[in-house]
Design a protein. Structure first.
Length: 231
């Protein structure tokens, strides 16, 4: 029998919050410290990509080689140290409209299961969420520390959501909510539904081209959003 529950898998950057460039600045500082590259993130668009994939892209573009596994791990360690300071100090950090109300109401409902689906390394996700005390809403998630490929992260997040629910939940009752084409594509790869929000840097038209199930300007009207996913 099909469950009446719904799993909502939220992206972080550009969907729940804006870090005000804290992630980019932390990566710049980490690459400066480890490899003496200044402005490593220049000409790299991180939106929708996973942290390990971004690091690999910097290695390819700026160092003209592939990183070793240990180099990614070491870069991550240095990045997380800088990220903590950058998120704390970021004047552009803010929650996106409606998010707090949506998560507060969503977490109260026994038919909704909230999780994360993000390219951030898990510790980085924690740092970004902790400044707004949002971590309490997400008992599980899929992270950039699980896989470099977002589609694989999506499959893991779906599996963890079902495990957390303790029952089978059909693909049509699982939604990925994100602000880039990568979010929509990873939802498709996992066979679940996609809700795109134009609160990140990706233009509305580009999101529309990827044909998400729903496309919203933002999540300010959380009641409308909750009605939408109940359809
Ligand atoms: Mg995003």
């Amino acid at each position: 029998m099909n469950s009446s529950k719904t799993i909502l898998l939220f992206d972080i950057d550009g969907t729940l919050l804006l870090s005000g460039g804290a992630g980019n600045r932390a990566l710049n500082r980490a690459f400066q410290e480890k490899y003496q590259i200044s402005q490593a993130m220049e000409s790299i668009t991180p939106d929708g990509k996973t942290d390990p994939a971004i690091v690999r892209e910097v290695f390819r573009k700026k160092l003209h080689r592939e990183p070793a596994f240990t180099e990614i791990e070491e870069l991550k360690r240095v990045y997380l140290r800088y990220l903590l300071a950058e998120v704390k100090a970021s004047s552009g950090y803010r929650l996106l409209p409606g998010i707090l109300h949506l998560l507060e109401e969503g977490s109260q409902r026994s038919d909704l299961i909230l999780g994360l689906l993000t390219g951030n390394w898990e510790e980085g996700a924690r740092i970004k969420l902790d400044r707004s005390n949002l971590r309490r809403f997400f008992p599980f998630g899929g992270f950039g520390s699980d896989a470099e490929d977002r589609a694989e992260i999506a499959r893991l997040a779906v599996q963890r959501g079902r495990e957390y629910a303790g029952e089978w939940i059909g693909e049509d009752r699982i939604f990925v909510i994100g602000d880039t084409p990568y979010d929509i594509r990873c939802a498709r790869a996992a066979g679940v539904r996609a809700i795109a929000v134009a609160t990140g840097s990706c233009p509305w038209e580009d999101l529309a081209c990827c044909q998400p199930d729903y496309l919203l300007p933002n999540l300010a009207d959380h009641k409308q959003f909750l009605a939408l996913i109940s359809k």
